[in-house]
Design a protein around this ligand. Sequence first.
Ligand code: DAH
Length: 350
Amino acid sequence: MSGKVLDELEKIRKQALADIERASERDFDDIRVKYLGRKSRLTEILKTLKDIPSEIKPKVGKTANDVRKDIENSLNKRSSIITGNSMAAKIETGSEDITKPGRTARLGSKHVITQTIEEIVEIFVGLGYRMVETGEVETDYYNFTALNTPEDHPARTLQATFYLEERAGCGDERTLLRTQTSPAQIRVMENSKPPLYVIVPGKVYRPDVPDPTHSPMFHQVEGFAVDKEITFGDLKGTLEAFCEKMFGAGRKVRFRPHFFPFTEPSAEVDVSCIVCGGKGCRVCSHTGWLEILGAGIIDPNVFEVVGYDPEEVSGFAFGMAPDRIAMLKYGITDIRMFFENDVRFLEQFK
Ligand code: DAH
C-alpha cells in the first residue's frame, strides 16, 4: 500500500513539474487547480492520511507535503520568470548581475569658491565687519562715476565692460554688469552713517577671453572701513591680521604703490608666498611674494559724492579675488576649472 501511494506521489510530482516547465502565464490557474485544488489527487491523499496505517503514515505524509511544496515553489518561480519582474527572474535570465557593487548615494558639498569666500567673510566678521551684498547689474554711475572714474577718465579703459542695452542719452544711468564690487562702497555709504566696517562678496564680469587666468565672470570680496581717524596703519594691521588667519602664522604683507581711482594713496598688496613661505618657488615665480589684493585710503572725492565730510571721516578700502586665492591655496593652474563644474574636479574640495 505504502509503495503504491509513494509511487503515485512521485508521479504527481513529475507530471506537475513537467506541466509547469511548459506552462505559459494563462496556464497557471489551471495547473494550480489541477494539482493543488480541493479536488486534486494530492489533496485527496492528504485528506485520507488518517486512514493510512500508522507505520507508513509519517513517510507518506512527509512525501505528500514535500510534493505540495515543490509544486508551489516551482509554480511561483516559473510565474516570476515569465512576468520577468522579480529579482529571481532577473537572476535566472541573467538580466541582473547580482555581483555588481551597489550604488551609494553621493553627497553634495559647497563649491570650493563658496568655501573660500565664506572663509574670507568669516575672518572679517570676526574682526567686527558686517557682510552686505549688492546687485550684479549696476549703473555706470555706481560702477565708475561715483568711484571717481568719470566718462573720460583713462582708468575706464583698464576695465573692459559688458554694457546692457544702450538707450540714447542715458549717460550715468546706463546699465552694465558690474566690473568690480567697489560700487557697493557707494551704495552702503549713501544709505548709512559711519562708523562702517563692511565686507561685500560677489560676482563681477569683464569681457575677457577665457584663458588660464581670465574668466568673463569671476569673484571679488570688497572690504572697507569708514570711521574717525582711520590711517594707512589701520589698513596694514587689518590686512596682516587677515593674512595670518587665512594663510597661517608668520605671513608677511607688503604694499607696492599702485593706482586706483577711488583710493589715494593706493597699493597692490602681496603676501609672503603661501607655498614656500617666501624662499622662492614656482608658484611665486621665485619672488617669494604673491599679489592678492588692491587697497588704499578712500579718496576724499568719494566721500563728497555720498555726502560725507572728508575733514570729519576717513577710511580705507580693499578688493581681493577669492578665485585667485583658491588657485594659490590649492595649486590650481586654470581658473576655468572652477566654472566647468566637472564633479571629478569639485569633489577634491569636499
Ligand atoms: N576694484 C578694484 C579692481 O577690481 C580692486 C580694488 C582696489 C578695490 C582697491 C578696492 C581698492 O576697494 O581700494 O581692480
